[in-house]
Every structure is written in C-alpha cells, then in structure tokens.
Design a protein around this ligand. Structure first.
Ligand SMILES: CC(C)(COP(=O)(O)OP(=O)(O)OC[C@H]1O[C@@H](n2cnc3c(N)ncnc32)[C@H](O)[C@@H]1OP(=O)(O)O)[C@@H](O)C(=O)NCCC(=O)NCCS
Length: 188
C-alpha cells in the first residue's frame, strides 16, 4: 500500500496522484467546475493549476502517513484521467472513513464512479484495517446517490446538517459499505 499501489478491474485503474498529473487534473477539474461546485467544497471559480499541484503534494504526503488515500481514476484502455476517488481519515478508534468520488463531466454516465468506489473500498478493507466506508452525499445530489445505490451500498437514512459546501448547509444521505459486502471478514 505504498505510492506504487495500482488497483484495477481492467476498465479503470486507481493509483495515487503523481506530480506529473497536475496539468491533466487541472484540465479535468476546469472542464467539470459547473458540476463539481455544488457538491465539492474544493471546487470554485478561479480554480488554478497551483491548487492541483498543492492537492497532489498534500495527498502524496498523507498517503505516506496512511491517513488519506487519494486515487486518480485512470482509463485502463487509453490512460486518460477520468476523475478522483478517495478514502479519507480513518477514525483511530472506530476504523471507519469517508469514501468520495468525482468523475469529469465528459466521462460521466459510464459507471466509472461505482467501479472506482468498489476498488477503493476493497483496498481499504483488505489493506488498511477499515471496517466501514461511509458514502455521504447532500440531499439533492441524485447522481451520487445513484452511484451508491448501484454498487449495493446500504442506505442508512438522512443525517441533519451533515454536509457543508461553501456557505451552504445540507442534510445528507448516509450509505455504508462493509467488508462483508465484499465477502471479506472485518478484522481489528
Ligand atoms: C456523482 C458522479 C461521481 C457520478 O459519476 P459517474 O461515473 O457518471 O456515475 P454513473 O455513470 O454511475 O452515473 C450515475 C448517475 O448519474 C446520472 N448521469 C450520469 N451521466 C449522466 C448524463 N450524461 N446525463 C444525465 N444523467 C447522467 C444518471 O442518473 C446515472 O444513473 P443511472 O446509471 O442509473 O442512469 C459524477 O456525476 C460527479 O462527479 N458529480 C460531481 C461530484 C459529486 O457529486 N461527487 C460525489 C460527492 S458525494
């Protein structure tokens, strides 16, 4: 589970972001700002490539600390950068974390987010001692909700004021994946 990690289902590859992804990452985010801004706090008008550089630098450092696993989603066929997916900040006592994803606008509708979520969750359960991955989306984010539903995540209900994006406060849907959803046994 070092920075050379690569996960694949033969359609996509997940691997840590590399510094030389920065220009492509910036391009993918820039093209997708209208769809990202309502749901992702880091996406904003005027987003710059310096921010992509900083994101990659920080996520590589966090990967080495084993606190945040941020993956680039890559097209296994042609190497295109499709988006990002991550497992963030496993709770030190309860061993759960958040599982997030985004897919660039021109590549949406191909099931890539669900593929990425499944690969990342399995990695978390097999390699990082995770016993629960939470997928949380603002009420109203129907595309994200469809992803969670389609991969068989378990719906647990609505959490009040659970999400903040910029200055907007949202109730959020909570879904979870467990090791048993992948035929794995949770171990501490
Ligand atoms: C949510 C998101 C990751 C889905 O990625 P994706 O790879 O397109 O996912 P899917 O292909 O499985 O599509 C999911 C749903 O989005 C909708 N959708 C996707 N592409 C669409 C398109 N071009 N036109 C209309 N609806 C579309 C469909 O409802 C689809 O469900 P369906 O397969 O049952 O029809 C992507 O829309 C995204 O990045 N959104 C912005 C960031 C975000 O909200 N991230 C999640 C935060 S919790």
């Amino acid at each position: 589970m070092d920075l050379s990690t690569e996960l694949t289902d033969d359609v996509i590859v997940l691997r840590p972001f590399r510094m030389d992804d920065s220009k492509k990452l910036y391009g993918a985010i820039f093209e997708s700002l209208a769809e990202l801004k309502p749901w992702m706090s880091w996406a904003h008008d005027g987003y710059t490539q310096n921010e992509s550089d900083g994101f990659i630098r920080i996520t590589r450092a966090r990967w080495e600390e084993k606190t945040l696993f941020a993956f680039a989603i890559i097209d296994a066929g042609n190497g295109d950068l499709l988006g990002g997916c991550g497992l963030s900040y496993k709770h030190p006592v309860y061993h759960f974390c958040n599982l997030g994803y985004w897919v660039r606008t021109t590549k949406q509708g191909n099931g890539f987010a669900g593929r990425a979520a499944k690969l990342a969750a399995r990695f978390g359960f097999e390699k990082t001692g995770l016993i629960r991955a939470e997928i949380v989306m603002a009420v109203g984010n129907e595309k994200s909700r469809r992803v969670a539903e389609k991969i068989g995540a378990h719906y647990e209900g609505i959490l009040r004021n659970r999400m903040v994006v910029g200055k907007a406060i949202y109730d959020a849907h909570m879904y979870s994946l467990l090791p048993s959803d992948f035929g794995l046994v949770a171990e501490l």
